[in-house]
Design a binder for this molecule. Sequence first.
Ligand code: 5GP
Ligand code: ZN
Length: 114
Amino acid sequence: MSDCLFCRIVSGQIPAKKVHEDALCIGFLDINPQAPQHALFIPRRHVATMNEATPEDRELLGHLMVSAAKYAREQGISDTGYRLVMNTNSAAGQTVFHVHLHLLGGRQLTWPPG
Ligand code: 5GP
Ligand code: ZN
């Protein structure tokens, strides 16, 4: 989708600090980090929100989680802990409508989230 910010990051039209790249997804640092470690893992293919996810997207969505967990291991935060979260629509605060898995870590995270 040409008018989607994250599709533009996938195509390279908008720069991002990539931390992961493979055939299905990319990971990059969040521009406004909420923790010492804050990266976003997104599918290359445009899926607007989890509401549009279908059973065919199972592998793709699972792949985002496995890729994020691999990056957390590489960053040395897998033992201390981290959070993987996906916001859906306005009540959850979704601002970019191309699904993205937040990886947050490097500090003590509070629960429940705001
Ligand atoms: P949401 O609120 O939709 O779950 O998260 C969107 C995230 O995308 C936010 O954490 C925001 O900081 C990040 N973001 C928005 N625009 C850009 C951008 O142009 N580049 C990067 N790297 N992150 C962005
Ligand atoms: Zn998109």
